[in-house]
Design a protein. Structure first.
Length: 114
């Protein structure tokens, strides 16, 4: 499974961004897709995941500000982020979960700053 993430960038506090992650390869093995993030000096942490059946899990820190969705026809998962805060600044990594392995994208930088 290969993951191609895009959509990061610089945004002002209170702004919005949409991240995309397209999967290719052995996509039929994927049970869930989602996003994690890692800020400098911190451990990688969950942002949101969505299963192939549509079950969604959000981190408490982003609930109400983030929406994850999945386009199965395009094998793509999206992360809509709004009301962004400086503490949302991190490298965001796409993940595809399979029964025997997790696959990670290359990461995309999100910087929230005025």
């Amino acid at each position: 499974v290969q993951l191609q993430a895009s959509g990061g960038g610089l945004v002002q506090p209170g702004g919005s961004l949409r991240l995309s992650c397209a999967a290719s390869g052995d996509i039929f093995s994927i049970s869930a897709m989602g996003w994690y993030r890692q800020a400098p000096g911190n451990q990688r942490e969950l942002v949101a995941t969505i299963t192939s059946g549509g079950r969604i899990n959000y981190a408490d820190s982003v609930k109400g500000r983030v929406t994850i969705s999945r386009d199965n026809a395009k094998d793509t998962v999206y992360l809509e982020m709004s009301s962004l805060k400086p503490e949302d600044t991190a490298v965001y990594y796409c993940i595809a979960e399979a029964p025997w392995n997790d696959y990670w994208g290359q990461g995309t930088q999100v910087t929230v700053s005025s």
